[in-house]
Design a protein around this ligand. Structure first.
Ligand code: GRF
Length: 192
């Protein structure tokens, strides 16, 4: 499905925490000629700091309890349809979406992960990259499949791991790159 058209692509960002990627995507969406419009923020966590951006930028938000995943995904599909969402950007969203959800959505679903996939899927990526004595780490934007951090890679950015690097310093450096990479990946996929 091609996303390109004359109208802006209605996009939903899913978060669970801080939402710094959400913020950078909102900024990107507000740039002149941006192809996307962020019209719905989803969180599974009512205390996600990132939910504050919904208020600041007057974007509709919805909090869903994923304890009952099937029900949550059903409600989610309803909300996405109601808001005519065609692109989902996962940004620090800590739940795995089911095959059914992915198939039923019909639009594109992207995720950002703080490692050079396929290396270091899952959590604690920075700790593991440093422990493994990697020279580089980075970030990846990929399509979402029902297997964790395994969908087709769209774009990656490499970041050097210095001698005295800590997970904290590495995470900070990579986040800066994440904020640049996600918009670039969106521009790439809308032309696919
Ligand atoms: C980012 O490092 C992202 O790659 C990972 O979770 C973190 C979310 O950060 N999936 P933020 O909530 O966007 O600040």
């Amino acid at each position: 499905m091609r996303l390109i058209g004359t109208k802006k692509i209605k996009t939903s960002v899913f978060i669970s925490g801080t939402g710094s990627n959400l913020k950078s995507l909102i900024k990107f969406s507000k740039q002149k000629n941006s192809p996307i419009e962020i019209s719905l923020i989803i969180s599974n966590n009512p205390s996600s700091k990132g939910l504050g951006f919904a208020k600041t930028f007057k974007i509709k938000k919805k909090i869903l309890n994923f304890k009952n995943k099937k029900l949550a995904e059903k409600k989610l599909l309803f909300e996405l349809k109601k808001s005519e969402i065609r692109l989902i950007c996962l940004a620090g969203f800590m739940k795995i979406l089911s095959r059914d959800f992915i198939d039923n959505f019909g639009g594109k679903i992207l995720n950002i992960h703080p490692s050079l996939l396929p290396k270091f899927k899952g959590l604690n990526t920075h700790e593991r990259a440093i422990e493994n004595r990697e020279k580089f780490s980075g970030c990846t934007v990929h399509f979402v499949s029902s297997k964790l951090d395994s969908g087709k890679i769209i774009l990656q950015k490499k970041v050097r791991i210095n001698k005295n690097e800590t997970p904290k310093t590495l995470s900070k450096k990579i986040l800066v790159q994440e904020h640049k990479l996600y918009p670039k990946a969106i521009l790439k996929v809308i032309n696919l």
